[in-house]
Design a protein around this ligand. Sequence first.
Ligand code: CA
Ligand code: CA
Length: 240
Amino acid sequence: MTPCASVRLFKALLVGGLTALTSVAFANPLVLSTFDTSRDGWTATNGAAVGTGAIWQPTGGNLGGNLVAPDAGANTSTWYFDASPGDGSPLLGNHSDAYGGSLQYDFRIENFAGNYYSNNDDWDIKLSSTAMSGLTLYYSGPVFPNGSYNHFTAPLVASAGWRKLLFSPATQPATEAELQAALANIADLQIRGNYTDAKTTSHLDNIGLYAAAVPEASGAAFLALATAPAAILVWRRRRR
Ligand SMILES: [Ca+2]
Ligand SMILES: [Ca+2]
């Protein structure tokens, strides 16, 4: 191998190794509700025109079963799909391992109609913990649902935009410690169901908590790292 060729090999190994090291693995959910066989401990708050028993349907999800709730009427108040205390949702309780990860779900509005509400007080996600004496954290992301299933992801890092209520309606940023405390004892989790002023029906499916994705060293990365010192040695020797 010529010195030039070994330098090219060294650079290729180095770049290949770094590229492989920065690839991110998709984490499996820590907990996931697919609603394929039941409502899995979820209800809907006032403003939705259903009781708890009518909220689950075996078809129409992404895929299979899902939560379904119609607005009580046009221009109703914003309502939420609700994993409420005592109903047994697996998303409640201690999920400290989700800190730094994300909350993800699929959402659609059946027969999409009307205009989006522009009320800033209507949050996409509400997360409450008994560990904070009832303190509720709020998150509002770029969620503009339509007639098709869209996948929404809320990063579970306070700096991503989680807020806490100070003096209504003012809010201030939540601290990382507050979000960690909330995740350590989730007492109530709510996902916004109503986004438009028309009387519509909303669907929620595949809601889960995910751990932080970690950089994964692939086989190529290990090979590059293992052979890089040898390549450097060859390169240095040839340069003498
Ligand atoms: Ca489903
Ligand atoms: Ca609506």
